[in-house]
Write a protein that binds this ligand. Structure first.
Ligand code: 6GU
Length: 232
């Protein structure tokens, strides 16, 4: 059982995602538990539940204050019998890749901390020493969508979450595999002058495997030659 706690200022963003399809099934099967926490509950401002403030030294935007975040993480850690790996979603973080996903799927418990505004007071990071993760070199409005990416990629590595027919075994980036996937076809054998490659209809499984491997390598070479270099 993997437990994921999500700490956010916008808990509603997660409701549709967590109640549909694969995620809903994994939760129903008891393979994972996901608890969303509204950071505003830990506001030290009883009137307006404000959790952000202006940066010392000036500059644009607002920062998330240190006290609500530290209090929230400490309390949430106490809500289960073991502490979780604290993950902070930020464009400054380590680029998320499949080996990290696979290790998170094994940890048993993770806490995902979603930022908004211009980010967190640096003391959040100094005190909690979270694993900082980024989901790519572009800027999102907040960590929520990034947290969903972490949840989605992690949960599908839990045994029993995927059906047999959609195993993660052959995935492009699973188990150290760093090749893009070969093209696939289903019926009809021809559509608008586009035929299915003949080798796939040949019944020769050796030839089919070799063709697919070649297609994967060609596609990776042209689109993502960086994947042929060892991961950094
Ligand atoms: Cl984790 N957060 C935000 N706000 N932007 C991002 C990101 C995270 N990863 C890439 N861009």
């Amino acid at each position: 059982m993997l437990r994921i706690d999500i700490i956010t200022l916008f808990p509603q963003i997660f409701s549709g995602y967590l109640t549909q399809s694969l995620l809903a099934k994994a939760i129903a099967k008891g393979l994972i538990e996901i608890v969303v926490h509204d950071l505003r509950h830990w506001s030290t401002d009883p009137k307006h539940h404000k959790i952000d403030d202006r940066p010392y030294g000036g500059g644009p935007g607002m920062l998330i204050r240190v006290e609500p975040v530290v209090h929230c993480v400490e309390e949430v850690q106490q809500m289960a019998d073991r502490p979780g790996l604290v993950v902070l979603l930020t464009p400054q973080g380590e680029p998320l890749r499949q080996p990290r996903v696979e290790s998170m799927a094994q940890t048993g418990r993770i806490l995902l901390l979603c930022g908004r505004y211009e980010g967190f007071d640096q003391r959040v990071i100094d005190i909690l020493q979270p694993l900082e993760l980024s989901v790519g070199d572009y800027v999102l409005n907040g960590g929520e969508v990034a947290a969903m990416i972490v949840v989605d990629s992690t949960v599908r590595m839990i045994p029993g979450v995927l059906g047999d027919e959609q195993s993660s075994w052959d995935d492009s980036f699973s188990r150290g595999n760093r090749l893009l996937e070969f093209p696939q076809y289903t019926r009809p054998p021809e559509f608008r002058g586009h035929p299915v490659p003949e080798v796939l209809l040949s019944g020769d499984h050796g030839k089919i495997a070799a063709w697919r491997d070649d297609q994967s390598r060609q596609k990776t070479l042209h689109r993502r030659s960086d994947l042929f270099k060892p991961p950094t």
